[in-house]
Design a binder for this molecule. Structure first.
Ligand code: URA
Length: 290
């Protein structure tokens, strides 16, 4: 006959199984299948594959504001808006668009984003991971979403992927004083799962406004999710990597380069040679030779 201790061991094994599978947070009393919920609207993509003109060169040496101490949540926003976390994704994406376009500076955009209550990821993340590096930089790197280290520290690309990204940037003479880094989704999805299409659609107006405010000459999309979100392509990253797209900014076009995500390179180190080719093209583009 099973004893209470057996039941407890089973329960622990069951929880361990879920934790290992990345299910480490309970969001609600009932499960939701977010993939069957209504798709958020798909605004026209901002980028297309075509050679773009480079804008005048800017160099500046601002550094990012000092990071909050690890494990310290950032200051609360002045005001919150949006709907409950389980909001209709379409309405939430509309709210996001309306508010994001009102931001006149990166600081304002961060405050607005911190008050955005419609994205359920906000409620499971420890910190908003807005951006890092030099907002005056000519080049902006974009990942998909923060992981556990970034969530804890409140800055993008802080863990193993970030260390590799720093080395890749250093190989072409860049660092966080000469580049700006952000993610398409600014909150860590629980258990490092991929953000759902609805979550991406809700966050997209904010990252689009962030790109407009940074106003980079070159945008580097790290991996398929960032590339697909910003260009509208459905192609996989092994097809799009190394390709320059044109990305529409107010009054001009920026160039957008797709390349491999450092997390992928950590799993498949042989593919670093492809990323190296892409980073060399990036250097050539920054030097104005292509
Ligand atoms: N992966 C990402 O896409 N972004 C981060 O900030 C960290 C890892």
């Amino acid at each position: 006959m099973p004893s209470p201790a057996d039941g407890q061991a089973d329960l622990i094994a069951y929880l361990d199984f879920h934790t290992e599978a990345g299910v480490d947070v309970a969001l609600d009393e009932q499960p939701h299948d977010r993939f069957t919920e209504a798709d958020a609207p798909e605004p026209a993509p901002r980028a297309r594959a075509a050679p773009a003109r480079r804008a005048p060169v800017r160099e500046a040496a601002h550094s990012s504001p000092p990071p909050p101490p690890p494990d310290t949540p950032r200051a609360p926003p002045r005001a919150t808006f949006g709907r409950a976390a389980a909001a209709e994704p379409e309405a939430a994406a509309g709210d996001a668009r309306e508010h994001a376009r009102n931001a006149a500076s990166l600081e304002e955009l961060e405050t607005i984003l911190a008050g955005f209550e419609s994205c359920p990821l906000k409620f499971t993340a420890k910190n908003l991971v807005f951006g890092d590096g030099n907002p005056q930089a000519r080049v902006m790197f974009l990942g998909e979403a923060p992981g556990a280290d970034e969530d804890r520290i409140g800055k993008p690309f802080m863990g193993r992927s970030g260390q590799l990204l720093d080395k890749m940037m250093a190989a072409i003479g860049l660092d966080r004083t000469s580049a700006y880094i952000a993610n398409v989704v600014p909150w860590r999805p629980p258990g490092n799962r991929n953000p759902t299409p609805q979550e991406v659609a809700m966050c997209r107006p904010f990252v689009e406004r962030q790109i407009e405010l940074v106003d980079p000459e070159l945008i580097v999309c790290l991996g398929a999710p960032a590339t697909q979100t910003l260009t509208g392509t459905k192609d996989g990253i092994l097809k799009t990597r190394g390709r320059f797209f044109s990305y529409a900014l107010p009054g001009r076009e920026a160039r957008l380069l797709a390349t491999l995500h450092p997390a992928f390179l950590l799993r498949q180190p042989l593919q670093k040679r492809l990323a190296w080719r892409d980073f060399r093209s990036l250097r050539v583009a920054l030097d104005g030779k292509a």
